[in-house]
Ligand binder design. Sequence first.
Ligand code: ADP
Length: 289
Amino acid sequence: MSQNNSSTTAEHRESDQLITTDPGRGGLDDRDGHGGRQPRECVIESKDLDVFYGDTQALQSVSLEIPKNRVTAMIGPSGCGKSTFLRCINRMNDLVDVARIDGDLYFGETNVYESDVDPVALRRRIGMVFQHPNPFPKSIYDNVAYGLRIQGKTESLDEAVERSLKRAALWDEVKDQLDASALNLSGGQQQRLCIARAIAADPQVLLMDEPASALDPIATSKIEDLIEELAQDYTVVIVTHNMQQAARISDKTAVFLTGGELVEFDDTNTIFEDPEHDRVEDYITGKFG
Ligand code: ADP
């Protein structure tokens, strides 16, 4: 898959902000075009990524490049490693004691598994939305303001909350009840609130693990519309078990099959209309999976 090779200064700064200790930078600075890694439009790149949970291998040598400001979908049968891949991107698998990761995963020019990368800072730049909406038992306002307060960014908090709720297509529904409990919102509203909470931290990437699978069709449709809109400003990576959803909203699709193998990664139209591999065609057409 070829990508345009253009990366902004801002993206370089993104990566730099993740380094918390003086890295000596050898490995990073070597990737500047002098025989090293080239800047490019891809935001996330995995190279030969293996993941094990104890003796179980969940991902096998996965290499792929996720393009900037696009929706990339991960599809495949249950247990094939989709969520594992997503959780590698912002090091959520660090929280799983038995998880072991080999290979490289780059965010911009930074290998996120370098020891000098701060996972908390990384997760601010790479936000995550889960299958079941998980608002805090606080007000709508406090949910969105939560991360900013922790970071001490309390200046213009009202504006930041409003901006995030607008970006998550929730403002009009909640602007008159910002002090009400987030737990009183509907499931679809709660999920959009979680998206607003992630957006408030000013991420570059949004990871979504089956974000609509617990929602009714109308709420699902709103989330799908929102995801397509968000891709104007954010790089979205979504795991979905719903192939029609992947076909509707994604630009790129990665097909994982049993054993954590990435079998095919291409434009979504190609995956659904003319896949290269028979196994992918069989999966897409429902012959197995
Ligand atoms: P998918 O998202 O495609 O359903 P997962 O990434 O959740 O697949 O799981 C891939 C494999 O890794 C499965 O065999 C699953 O049982 C295993 N696995 C996932 N999470 C853990 C964990 N925390 N501990 C042990 N095994 C896990």
